[in-house]
Design a protein around this ligand. Structure first.
Ligand code: SF4
Length: 373
């Protein structure tokens, strides 16, 4: 890994095509090269199957000479779990790391849950990922490369941007990355879900983009005071404003909104929550996923009882909501947006082997966001 390498995914399609043309190739070669890497995973350009991809060998050599690489990040470690999920630790060029999790999907193939930032600025007190705050945003290519690394490991067909970070606070790089994944990674927009705590202006921007990605909103509370405690960066933004922003997105895109609700024993697990959810979510295409909080050492919360989880789902359904209790994958760490276990500062194969794969919610365990595409 070199600080001077440039990723094949640093530029948008037109920008990279210009690079390839300047290096003596054609625009179609740019697409073929990126498609090959996103299909098979990154490898050294010198070992790319140029014949199979119908690429001039000289072109690929020239790109390598100019400092281009299939990925500037490196897959540091994989930690498979008994349930079939695999946590990936991806090292970035500045010695930071991000996590992605490959999950078996119930409808075949796999999904990958990717991170959008190093650390997270939102600071949810029940989440390990927010403890250190935001370190930095990921660049577009660092987002794309997580998927490329995952494709080297599994047949990935869906993407959930539900790992570490608040995706909509890294808006432009995120959308640039997702556009590359749609154009060159062969992902339909409806097979990509973005999870956010729901900054209303950013949700509106997402709607205005016209992209038909799925939207998941991490709600966690129905009462403003409690939500401000649980989602501190959105202090001053009411629950109703968040829901209305999601409703606006749903109307604009014609998509179903998935509301995530991490249940904390004695904090936000009163059954009256269901009545308020029914009032808030009435009249638009939405559903609720209840996720039992899984303990993070040192954090002052408790996991709810199974019976309470079932009661919440039942009560919501009685009130006419679509509600599920979300299955988690990956052992006993935390679940939901960014609750991948806070990775050690410098993860190694050794310490990963003794650590449960961070629990991710199975993207196939709930009704898919109906983006209608
Ligand atoms: S739950 Fe999500 S938004 Fe909250 S701190 Fe963790 S990663 Fe950030």
């Amino acid at each position: 890994m070199s600080m001077n390498l440039q990723s094949l995914f640093a530029l948008d399609r037109a920008g990279f095509a210009a690079v390839v043309v300047d290096a003596g190739g054609k625009a179609a070669h740019a697409r073929a090269l990126r498609r090959g890497v996103l299909r098979d995973g990154p490898s050294a350009l010198s070992s790319i199957d140029t014949r199979g991809l119908r690429l001039p060998k000289k072109l690929v050599e020239e790109l390598a000479t100019r400092g281009y690489a299939a990925a500037t990040s490196q897959l540091n470690a994989q930690a498979p779990s008994a349930d079939g999920s695999t946590k990936l630790i991806v090292d970035l060029t500045d010695r930071k790391s991000v996590e992605a999790v490959v999950l078996p999907a119930e409808r075949g193939g796999h999904a990958v849950c990717i991170s959008s930032q190093v650390g997270c600025p939102v600071g949810c007190p029940f989440c390990a990922s927010g403890i250190g705050g935001l370190v930095r945003n990921l660049a577009a290519h660092e987002i794309v490369e997580q998927v490329a690394h995952a494709r080297a490991v599994a047949d990935v067909r869906r993407i959930v941007v539900m790992g570490i970070g608040e995706p909509l606070l890294n808006f432009e790089p995120l959308l640039q990355a997702l556009a590359i994944l749609v154009e060159d990674g062969n992902f339909a927009e409806r097979r990509i879900v973005i999870s956010s705590v729901g900054f209303p202006d950013r949700v509106a921007r997402l709607a205005a983009s016209g992209r038909r990605y799925g939207l998941a909103i991490s709600l966690h509370a129905v009462e403003d005071g409690l939500r401000e405690r649980l989602v501190p960066l959105l202090r001053g933004v009411s629950v109703r404003e968040v829901v209305e922003a999601a409703r606006g997105w749903s109307v604009a895109i014609g998509g179903r909104v998935q509301f995530e609700y991490v249940v904390l024993r004695g904090v936000n697990d009163d059954l009256a929550v269901c009545d308020e959810l029914a009032r808030l979510l009435g009249g638009f295409d939405a559903y609720v996923n209840f996720i039992a909080w899984n303990p993070v050492p040192g954090l002052p919360f408790e996991r709810p009882a199974d019976a309470r989880m079932d009661a919440l789902v039942r009560r919501c359904r009685d009130l006419g909501l679509v509600a599920t209790r979300r299955k988690t994958l990956g052992g006993d760490a935390t679940a939901a947006c960014g609750q991948l276990r806070r990775s050690l500062a410098a993860p190694t194969v050794r310490n990963l082997a003794s650590e449960p794969v961070a629990s991710m919610t199975s993207p196939e365990s709930a009704p898919p966001p109906a983006t209608g595409a």
